[in-house]
Write a protein that binds this ligand. Structure first.
Ligand SMILES: [Zn+2]
Length: 248
């Protein structure tokens, strides 16, 4: 097992199950701090990050996904972009989100990119008064034809189990989890398969912002206002773009 990894996959060969454990404390803590999420709003945002990030267990190396949550109540936007290597970035707007609500209403768009396929898979889900983790349930019901169950194993540890071909159709995963104390280090029961590191990485750059502004219809207006001070919504890095940057 590579040290510092935080997403572990095990097999239960008797029941034909895959068991994924995401130990997200360091990852989530870094994101909450980057986005200045208030202590009051942290439980909701933490739950969103831990549960939705687990979707990467279904990505192949070159695949990536985006989960976009447009919550009307409380009013905020959440985006998670991640690839099969575990590189992730997250956006939360408004900045310093501080709503106290425990449930949310709005919609969620899931987009999955599978190169060389040009057209991504997308699905849209409406939800009302849902806890953050329940949105993942809706995503599984609508987008993944797979018997899946998940649970928070600890404050920052998220367990996701799904059936593999050949598993018992009658096996109820919820009961299975309740009846099994998950000692995943027990090699007689669970075979360690792989691990990876889920980490916060933003691929923004000055060049990308320049290209984006050059593609806008009102670019001349923006050039006239230069220098532009721009902050990345994902990593909060700041860039200064001069008129020369935007016209070269
Ligand atoms: Zn960035």
């Amino acid at each position: 097992m590579v040290q510092k990894d935080n997403l572990y996959t095990y097999l239960d060969n008797i029941h034909n199950l895959a068991i994924h454990l995401f130990k997200g404390e360091e990852f989530v803590t870094e994101l909450l701090a980057t986005h200045g999420v208030s202590a009051e709003a942290q439980p909701l945002v933490k739950e969103l990050i831990l549960s939705l990030q687990s979707l990467i267990v279904f990505l192949k190396d070159k695949e990536s996904l985006g989960v976009y949550i447009d919550s009307h109540d409380p009013k905020f936007t959440f985006k998670l972009e991640s690839n099969g290597h575990g590189h992730s970035r997250i956006l939360i707007l408004p900045e310093n989100f501080n709503d106290l609500k425990k449930v949310l209403s709005g919609n969620c768009q899931l987009t999955k990119f599978s190169p060389p396929e040009n057209i991504p898979y997308t699905s849209l889900i409406d939800f009302k008064n849902k806890q953050a983790y329940e949105i993942l349930n809706d995503i599984f019901n609508q987008s993944y034809q797979m018997d899946t169950y998940f649970v928070f194993k600890d404050e920052y540890d998220f367990l996701l189990i799904h059936k593999l071909p050949g598993s018992d159709d009658d096996l109820k995963l919820e009961e299975f989890v309740k009846n099994n104390i998950f000692d995943l280090d027990n090699a007689d029961k669970f075979q360690f398969l792989s691990s990876k590191k889920v980490s916060f990485q933003c691929n923004c750059s000055k060049e990308r912002f320049i290209q984006r502004i050059k593609s806008l219809s009102n670019k001349q207006e923006l050039i006239n206002e230069a220098p532009l001070e721009i902050k990345c919504d994902y990593c909060k890095k700041e860039y200064s773009l001069s008129a020369k940057d935007l016209t070269d």
